[in-house]
Write a protein that binds this ligand. Structure first.
Ligand code: SF4
Length: 349
């Protein structure tokens, strides 16, 4: 297995069978070796710097009904909100003051947030903060909309594929949602020129190791600039309420695999990881992650962006807790970077 990991580090790819071997490995020393290789590769590429992104959850309305998601339309007990243009700009102003140079606008797919409105917000943020990167995470749109947001100043787009297996996709989503459309959107985003992020939940209901191998092979060939993975965490108001959370250990293992596969990728230590275990963020960084996304949303709305139960959005997960985050990163030998942390810049270093 050690030789296999060495080969992976050198060549950045494995066969499906070899990925499966890594995913099924139970030997603690081998897994520690994998983690150390990933940490070394990250360090060689980015030093001990971790990029920060200010996450602004702009609205929790969504017309979709993904079975794992707490803000799905079928959850009638959740109070809904939508931030105004001015509130979003205020979040950016506060974020800029704190040192953020990337803003991530995240929200459900809602017809009340029209494409014109989104375009206008992106343009306003770009106009006021021309030195900042703008990342969108607003779901599936037509090509025209993605192009308009891009022209208005958006640079990056996050859209998790969630699973590359069609039957598994059907298990996680209602029949009206389309696996093909999700993938089509991802290819569109790349073609337009976005730094594109994708990824999946680890341990989602019905997920098998073979599904994970399919996800890994997809990410190998798609070459996303950003890779977002976190453990599945159930939400009490969803059909998956009684399912167990995904494995932290498997999430960390996959982070290391993706780091060895795509050394220049921007890989967050996700909030879901930090929610499940107290030192999840630190362990994510030590496994090969190089991004954290503290929450910049107005504090009174944070609990309503309830994707899963007990989602962390305060303390070191919050923008105002940046000092706490810096201290925790310092304790493991890392520091916050104040740069935008673009993919191209990282690759050319
Ligand atoms: S996962 Fe995204 S698209 Fe699905 S219901 Fe939740 S917010 Fe909507």
């Amino acid at each position: 297995m050690i030789q296999l990991i060495d080969k992976f580090r050198r060549e950045h790819r494995l066969t499906a069978g070899e990925y499966k071997q890594l995913l099924l490995c139970r030997d603690a020393d081998t897994l520690e070796y994998l983690r150390m290789q990933a940490q070394e590769v990250t360090f060689g590429r980015f030093g001990n710097e971790v990029f920060i992104r200010g996450l602004i959850e702009i609205g929790n309305q969504c017309h979709n009904n993904c079975y794992y998601c707490g803000i799905r339309i079928g959850n009638r007990s959740l109070p809904r909100y939508e931030l105004s243009r001015e509130m979003i700009l205020d979040c950016c102003r506060e974020g800029y003051r704190l040192g953020f140079r990337t803003f991530v606008l995240q929200g459900g797919e809602s017809s009340s947030m029209t494409n014109e409105w989104i375009e206008e917000i992106v343009s306003a943020i770009h106009g006021e903060f021309p030195d900042c990167a703008i990342t969108l995470s607003l779901g599936e749109k037509f090509r025209d909309a993605y192009e308009r947001f891009f022209r208005a100043g958006a640079n990056r787009y996050l859209l998790r594929h969630e699973t590359y297996n069609k039957e598994h996709y059907r298990l996680l989503h209602p029949a009206v949602m389309s696996y093909d459309k999700r993938l089509q959107c991802l290819y569109r985003l790349k073609k337009i020129g976005y730094q594109t992020g994708t990824g999946m939940m680890v341990g989602s209901p019905g997920q098998t190791v073979d599904h994970l191998v399919e996800d890994v092979l997809f990410i190998e060939q798609f070459r996303p600039e950003m890779i977002g993975i976190g453990p599945f965490i159930p939400h009490h108001d969803t059909p998956f309420a009684s399912y167990p959370a995904g494995s932290v250990e498997m999430t960390l293992r996959l982070l290391s695999i993706f780091r060895l596969m795509h050394p220049a990728a921007l890989i967050p230590a996700t909030t879901a990881l930090a929610t499940l275990v107290a030192d999840g963020r630190e362990r994510g960084i030590q496994a090969g992650a190089n991004v954290v996304m503290p929450n910049l949303s107005p504090t009174e709305q944070r609990e309503k962006y309830s994707l899963y139960d007990n989602k962390a959005s305060f303390g070191a997960e919050a923008a105002e807790g940046l000092r706490q985050l810096a201290e925790r990163l310092n304790a493991i030998g890392y520091k916050i970077s104040n740069s935008r942390g673009d993919y191209e810049a990282a690759r050319n270093e």
